[in-house]
Design a binder for this molecule. Structure first.
Ligand code: SAH
Length: 353
């Protein structure tokens, strides 16, 4: 039965053209494709029988051949401070993923995962502790947003691909996800309201630049020298900071979009004045913004958050050097936990660890 289900077409990962082709191949009229696409991505229904302008016979036929990917939360934590919500969703294969809902003045934002776990091995990150890095399908990325919208009952206006996983390690599915997310026949979130965060897979950044998308690219930099970056992020063994910054310059040149750099401050590791100065030198003349994130300690590692004082001094130094910088505001402090920790504690609990 399960094997049979695997064979079903993941129709929510198909674009309008593909859905239409599929319907035509079933002997249906072309306009059925658009109807079904709109039910999935505009009205965002969860069941075939909600698609009321299709005949019962067609709905049955679709049910037998195609899968309507729907996520339902297995756990939701809601912050009493600011309404931030952390979601844990179970996938069909039994894996679980995490997503976050945040309310800002400028609208509601959802942070989604792009993979189950991650293969990148960043030392401070909980998502990568078990390795994995199983791809999520475009439908599974979209459903995190749709499911949260259904649960909260409010519109989502911003999406950040900053949850578990490395989006550039799931590149084709990421591109398809962006196509469906921004399609005006679907949920129609503007490219400008989308941010994709990467640990810096240089060839993929260059490939993405060629697409000339209007989304924001965020780079997890976290260090200003190769030596320190290698200590924190194994990906730095594959690409030097110089190559990474060059790719960012190219990205800006091709897209005109300002780059965001994420820099998680770890006490005694990357938070000195020397680090701040080297970072400023590195970014000089590049149209960018630095987001300082006090590192979120995970119990599996000994990294500590920088002191408030060194965070402020770090920020002041960047400002003095005319680098755009903000300190990331912490959301949902009471349900906090670093990326991937909710998922990890859920799995450990289930396995009785
Ligand atoms: N793989 C992508 C996106 C997921 S991680 C990337 O590397 O950008 C999202 C951001 O959270 C990254 O900047 C990551 O380095 C950071 N991050 C992960 N664990 C963290 C922690 N414990 N404390 C602070 N930032 C963390």
């Amino acid at each position: 039965m399960d094997a049979e289900k695997e064979e079903l077409l993941d129709i929510k990962s198909c674009n309008l053209e593909e859905v239409t082709e599929y319907l035509v191949s079933m002997g249906e009229a072309k306009f059925r494709g658009k109807q079904i696409y709109e039910w999935m991505h505009q009205k965002r229904v969860c069941r075939w029988d909600e698609m009321t302008n299709l005949s019962a016979a067609l709905r049955r036929k679709l049910e037998d051949t195609a899968r309507l990917t729907v996520l339902t939360p297995v756990e939701v934590l809601i912050s009493e401070i600011d309404g931030t919500r952390k979601y844990l969703f179970a996938l069909q294969d039994g894996n679980v993923i995490e997503s976050v809902f945040m309310r800002y003045k400028h609208g509601n934002s959802v942070c989604i995962s792009s993979q189950v776990g991650c293969r990148m091995g960043c030392r401070f990150c909980a998502s990568t502790l078990d390795g994995l890095g199983t791809e999520l399908a475009p439908s599974e990325m979209l459903e995190q947003i749709y499911a949260i919208e259904r649960h909260v009952g409010e519109r989502i206006s911003n999406v950040v691909v900053m949850g578990s996983g490395e989006p550039m390690d799931n590149y084709e599915n990421l591109l398809k996800f962006i196509e469906l997310l921004t399609d005006d026949n679907g949920i129609h979130i503007s490219q400008r309201n989308l941010t994709v965060s990467t640990c810096g897979i240089v060839p993929k950044i260059n490939e993405l630049a060629e697409k000339k998308l209007q989304m924001t690219l965020a780079i997890s930099l976290h260090a200003s020298s190769d030596e320190k970056r290698k200590e924190l992020m194994p990906v730095a063994n594959a690409y030097s900071i110089e190559q990474l910054i060059e790719a960012c310059r190219n990205y800006f040149q091709k897209t005109g979009r300002r780059i965001t750099f994420e820099y998680s401050l770890v006490q005694g590791v990357n938070d000195t004045m020397e680090d701040a100065q080297r970072l400023s030198n590195l970014l000089l003349g590049l149209n960018c913004h630095v987001n300082l994130i006090p590192v979120n300690p995970i119990k599996e590692r000994t990294y500590q958050q920088s002191t408030t004082r060194s965070i402020t001094e770090f920020k002041n130094r960047l400002e003095k050097n005319r680098i755009n910088v903000t300190i990331r505001r912490e959301m949902g402090r009471d349900i906090n936990g670093a990326c991937g920790q909710l998922r990890k504690s859920y799995i450990e609990h289930k396995e009785g660890l």
